[in-house]
Unconditional design. Structure first.
Length: 265
């Protein structure tokens, strides 16, 4: 049997290159993914343990920033890429909602910061921290954003500039509202029920004067109600949905975050 050393130099080189191509990815020539994009979180490994991610955990990477969801709470961060081989993450604002996936959220927040090397594979990324902890990401399309109208939104946090505060436990789940496609809003402010007109134009929504019931509301539910009444009456609010999460923000930085439920009929 002839060996490569008996072949002409040019032919031997071609055979070596072909063998190398066949040895990687089973001969696949699929390009490796660009780290910039939307990624679903599959799992993370830290401290010798592998934690599987909640379905809503995700990271949206842009050239200079990252946004996403730890599994319940949303977050923002600054990022600086070193080509496609590494990035440095500087955490920014995050919501502070009490969540059942606290173990995963805490671990995710601890790993997704500082310098992380990037290992790319077809349709996936693995981010690796200096201590060996890893975050496994996949380019599986994220869940579609819930529509603003016809979704029942339950308020879970109040925003005041860079400060995000969970709704007090005594008032949790009590403030909720629904917008309809024909321009109406209704729900509960945390104690009293309300209705109002709601005009949606692009990324802004403006509530008309609120009509409410007249119960006296004290304690945390009353505080939430007064805050929401002021917010809904403050003019045009910027709205944004991401998955089942909604943010409403006034020009002065005050606002709310809410979680979507089954579509209202």
């Amino acid at each position: 049997m002839r060996t490569l050393r008996h072949l002409p130099t040019g032919l031997a080189l071609l055979l070596v290159l072909a063998a190398c191509a066949r040895s990687g990815d089973g001969g696949s020539s699929a390009p490796l993914p660009d780290p910039v994009g939307s990624w679903a979180v599959e799992s993370l490994t830290t401290g010798g343990r592998t934690l599987h991610a909640p379905a809503v955990a995700r990271v949206d990477l842009e050239q200079d920033k990252a946004t996403g969801n730890y599994g319940c709470n949303g977050f923002r961060a600054e990022v600086a890429f070193e080509g496609s081989s590494a990035l440095t993450v500087t955490p920014g604002m995050s919501t502070a909602i009490a969540c059942e996936n606290l173990e995963f959220e805490t671990a995710f927040a601890q790993v997704f910061k500082g310098r992380l090397t990037i290992d790319r594979g077809p349709d996936r990324l693995t981010l690796k921290a200096a201590d060996g902890s890893t975050i496994a990401l996949t380019s599986e399309p994220p869940a579609p954003d819930a529509p603003l109208a016809a979704t029942e939104w339950t308020v879970d946090a109040l925003v005041d500039g860079a400060t995000v505060s969970s709704v007090p436990a005594e008032a949790a789940g009590k403030a909720r509202f629904t917008l309809t496609a024909d321009g109406a809003a209704s729900g509960s402010l945390g104690c009293n029920r309300f209705s109002a007109k709601a005009a949606v134009e692009g990324s802004s929504v403006t509530f008309g004067p609120l009509t409410t019931t007249r119960m006296a509301c004290e304690g945390p539910a009353g505080e939430v109600e007064r805050t929401l009444t002021a917010l809904f009456g403050s003019g045009a609010l910027t709205w944004k949905t991401q998955g089942q999460n909604l943010t409403l923000t006034a020009p002065d930085g005050k606002g709310l975050t809410a979680k979507g439920a089954t579509a209202a009929e």
